[in-house]
Design a protein around this ligand. Sequence first.
Ligand SMILES: [Zn+2]
Length: 69
Amino acid sequence: MTDKSGSGSQQGVCPQCGEAAAMSAQNPWRPFCSKRCKLVDLEGWFAERHVIPGPDDELPPGSDTGSMH
Ligand SMILES: [Zn+2]
């Protein structure tokens, strides 16, 4: 059972900007209000998920040899 109080038009709120967004099948960007909001959300999602740590602990090769005499 779905507990939703449908009262005719499916109207929701865009989770990105907080504006009114249509939740009907006519809105290809739902639950967002527009394409822009959806892209912005996706960008943030990817930025958080795809964090690639930089090689900041990389030692230069052959720097510890030659001074041992
Ligand atoms: Zn929006």
